[in-house]
Design a protein around this ligand. Sequence first.
Ligand code: AMP
Ligand code: MG
Length: 400
Amino acid sequence: MLTPAEADALIGQHLQCLPIESLPLAQCAGGVLRENIYAERDQPPFDRVDMDGIALDSRAVAAGCRSFRVQATQAAGEAPLTLAAPGACIDIMTGAVLPVGCDSVAPLEEITTPGVEAALGPAVRVEPGQYVRRRGSDTRQGALLVSAGTRLRAPEVAIAAAAGMARVRLSSQPMLAVISTGNELIEPGEPVLAHQVRRSNAYAIVSALREHGFQRVADDHLHDDAEELRERLRFHLETHDVLVLSGGVSMGKFDLVPRVLEELGVRAIFHKVAQRPGKPLWFGMAPSGAAVFGLPGNPVSTLVCLSRYVLPALYASLGQSPQPPERLALGAPVTINTPLTHFIPVRIEQDDWGRPWAQPAPTNGSGDFTALAGTDGFVELPPGPNTYRKGFVTRLFRWS
Ligand code: AMP
Ligand code: MG
């Protein structure tokens, strides 16, 4: 059986990168950048005043001048004025260009008689360059500001806007099909009999995908019927980039999903990973290039496999640069009795010094999804038998 790392590698080898699309900047938050962003101009683009006050020539102050004739007012966005004489000053606003002939700004708070004549307070010093941010002191024109493969959040969107980009080249969003299987499953809102089960996985998967910014998500439910599976899966394979199935991949008589997928030409890349929960995980590739994840139906297994394999695979197919794994220390010892990698749900809690710990919140088996309420994700623990002590640092996967 494969280890989780071997499963990661196989998924990575087969995934295809999604095509590029150009989107208006206002629609690109959360997208993965597929071009570099370079500085359009020096930043700041001019010698920028960083304080409301008066702009003056510090040499006049050095020569003993304490009171200055206010020659004019210059707001942000106005072309720079020129200082008329060393004893003059210009009433200046934050964000304005430093006027020609000035080299410094005295803030309003330090001026005793603002008006026609501006006098510096008795102890006020004026150094050359004070409250002036020189052109190009942050970055130079042409500098690489954000690299392709970066996920755009608010700071990167601001940088793209400042670089003058009205549109940005991003990975197009994948078309995702979330497909639950099982005759026992009943939609929330419908009457449910004692021997039936609510169809919760599909809702969990769709909401996880939405939380992670995937919006093009279709949802379907199929019975454990070879004919129905064949017909609907053929359609979904033709119309989607990625299929996320839940249920029907174990060893039971009605676990028909792998067989039907293979009949439809989907090549099985692996079936089963040495892990708990989620051992029956199935992954394959369709001739169309669509990736197919067959997640085991037990609700904890489904969510763990989604976060552990499917979401990272989706980010990789968006072209996102690999992220360093997030790691955290166990807040209590955990004993593993089997030779399988274990995924243990955790709550992230801070101690009195503000340090975060992964507090294990074990479930009562892989069907016990009610125990997941309030957890933040899960940690990955290497195979046992072993006891991992408090403080053992290991990989953390967050639900969102
Ligand atoms: P399966 O992987 O189809 O053998 O299902 C394993 C267990 O998960 C069974 O107890 C199913 O009833 C349950 N299950 C499967 N799919 C879902 C679902 N969509 N929502 C809730 N439980 C499910
Ligand atoms: Mg089933």
